[in-house]
Design a protein around this ligand. Structure first.
Ligand code: RB5
Length: 148
């Protein structure tokens, strides 16, 4: 993955609305396109409604990559990983973010806005966008579960 990648679809619940705005700004500053699937305020909503929107569009190939945010990241990752072809990685550290791209070809980055701070979140997004998939034996491993 690199800065020439296709547009990113991003979604969140109320707990991560502020962080989503910051991440959108960050992505746009890099000259990349980002499509916002909601939510649109800090009013309480149900995270599955937005997780389903984003994950279904990655699952069908309408978007290659997505970002999902909620309070812990747990609910969004549970929802997203129910979809065929979705490999959602809940990341709260740099190493996991980088390895989720190198070895797992993660196509949805999930973060918990109540778990990590804004600056770490931005570093994780940057690393996730810049790190390519290694392929090879890792591709064979992904193929074993991608379409279950
Ligand atoms: C909302 O309060 C919270 O449950 C949600 O953001 C998320 O953490 C769920 O996994």
């Amino acid at each position: 993955m690199n800065d020439n990648m296709s547009p990113i679809i991003i979604g969140c619940d109320h707990a991560a609305y502020y962080l989503k705005g910051k991440i959108k700004e960050f992505i746009v500053k890099r000259g990349m396109e980002v499509e916002d699937a909601g939510t649109d305020s800090e009013e309480s909503v149900d995270y599955p409604d937005f997780g389903i929107k984003v994950a279904s569009m990655v699952s069908t190939g309408r978007y290659e990559h997505g970002i999902l945010l909620c309070g812990t990241g747990l609910g969004m990752s549970m929802v997203a990983n129910r979809f065929t072809n979705v490999r959602a990685a809940l990341c709260g550290d740099m190493f996991s973010a980088i390895m989720s791209r190198r070895h797992n070809d993660s196509n949805i980055l999930v973060m918990g806005a109540r778990v990590i701070g804004e600056s770490l979140a931005m570093e994780i997004v940057r690393a996730w966008l810049e790190t390519p998939f290694e392929g090879g034996r890792h591709l064979a491993r992904i193929e074993k579960f991608n379409n279950i």
